[in-house]
Ligand binder design. Sequence first.
Ligand code: DOR
Ligand code: ZN
Length: 346
Amino acid sequence: MKELMLTRPDDMHLHLRDGAALAAVVASSARCFARAIVMPNLQPPVTTIEQALAYRQRILAALPAGLDFEPLMTLYLTGNTRPAEIKRLAGHASVLAVKYYPAGATFNADNGVTTIEKAYPVIEQMAISGVPLLMHGEVNDPGVDIFDREQVFIETILDPLLNRFPGLRVVFEHITTEQAVRYVEQGPATLAATITPQHLLYNRNAIFDHGIRPHYYCLPVLKREPHRLALVAAATSGHPRFFLGTDSAPHAQSAKESACGCAGIYSAPVALEIYIEIFERAGVLDRLEAFASHFGADFYGLPRNTGTIRLQQKDWNIPTTLPYLDDCIIPMRAGEICHWRLVADV
Ligand code: DOR
Ligand code: ZN
């Protein structure tokens, strides 16, 4: 049987929610990831170091016994974030970065940034203190077509920002287009990007396949096939500034299957296995470990993990539904066959 040993990987972009939702999902990430960069888009948002540390404790308390998992926390950039809070972040062991959401662009983004220029004093302090800015790379202008919002973000927000603050460390989160791939490739060593399993596996046809399919809806939305191919090429290229970030984002079935369904795909139960399939299909399984376990840690200046996980090439059925609060959740690839299986006993 084909086996794969990997240094324990890290998920550099993860939504864990809070309370009972957190308790329902945290093990699906901790089963295989050693660490995760945890997104701060709770309601209310995580805006201070104290709030982030309290949230971190709730995550640790929700972990089932025996699972070793380190949450790496982030702050939510709002109009009220002050440079003094950023100064306190410099070199912090558990709160590593600040997340930029354009106001209203996605789930729980209402407290995000309306005009980036207003955040420049805070961002300047981030550049000085070496604190990475994690960017939801879209504009939220109703006049811009939803499929063009990432490209317009590059032109109107990201490029001017990097020109103004050349030392700023930026993670362009969950990139979805060929333009983003090229921009990161040509960018400085201080610019990196995460790539999700859904953007590697699907194009936008998946959302409209014989009817509207809410479980394929996330933001940024899936794009055309040439963009997917550019993402697969980037992820599997061995380029050190593209790394794993699942953007696993749980929502109850009823919140997804609705007249106004939430954006987000719950990939954590199968995300690592999907990346393996993508690399295997590309014929470069030997490059997976760097993408999943090395490049993210290197970019954040973290030590690489020392533990190991083992996977076997063995088919198993992904559940059609999982319990979630008093509802259910439909995981990514629900009801399909997964070709790799994590072996728990290493
Ligand atoms: O699809 C998404 N879901 N995109 C985001 O940016 C947020 C996330 C969520 O928190 O549900
Ligand atoms: Zn996200």
